[in-house]
Write a protein that binds this ligand. Structure first.
Ligand code: HEC
Length: 88
């Protein structure tokens, strides 16, 4: 019974749904031919590290420093994992 429940949870479509905030990234990063760098091909570690650097101010930015401050470490990581798995 417990194993069946676990399988049900793993197969749930909610697993593939973007974590809070992740769908907002594509407004800028998914735009073709835009000036914003694409995130496709970036690893989750890459994206999470960039977000952390933007958040602390270690990496200068025009908008990402402000966007990154809106997410906690855990939220940033969840977004990074999701984006690396097929987001924009
Ligand atoms: C308003 C437009 C905008 C939105 C929304 C946005 N970004 Fe960005 N992003 C930028 C710009 C512009 C840069 C280049 C750095 C800068 O000037 O801020 C950038 C840079 C980055 C980089 C570094 C890319 C590289 O090549 O090094 C990462 C990672 C990133 N953004 C992740 C995200 C994530 C994750 C989200 C969603 C939570 C997001 N961005 C939402 C505009 C945006």
């Amino acid at each position: 019974m417990r194993a069946g429940l676990l399988l049900l949870l793993l197969a749930s479509p909610a697993v593939a749904a973007p974590p809070p905030g992740a769908s907002s990234c594509s407004g800028c990063h998914g735009a073709p031919g835009g000036a914003v760098p694409s995130l496709s091909g970036h690893s989750a570690e890459d994206i999470a590290a960039s977000l952390a650097a933007f958040r602390t101010g270690a990496r200068p930015a025009t908008v990402m420093n402000r966007i990154a401050k809106g997410f906690s470490e855990e939220e940033s990581r969840a977004i990074a994992v999701w984006l690396a798995g097929g987001g924009p």
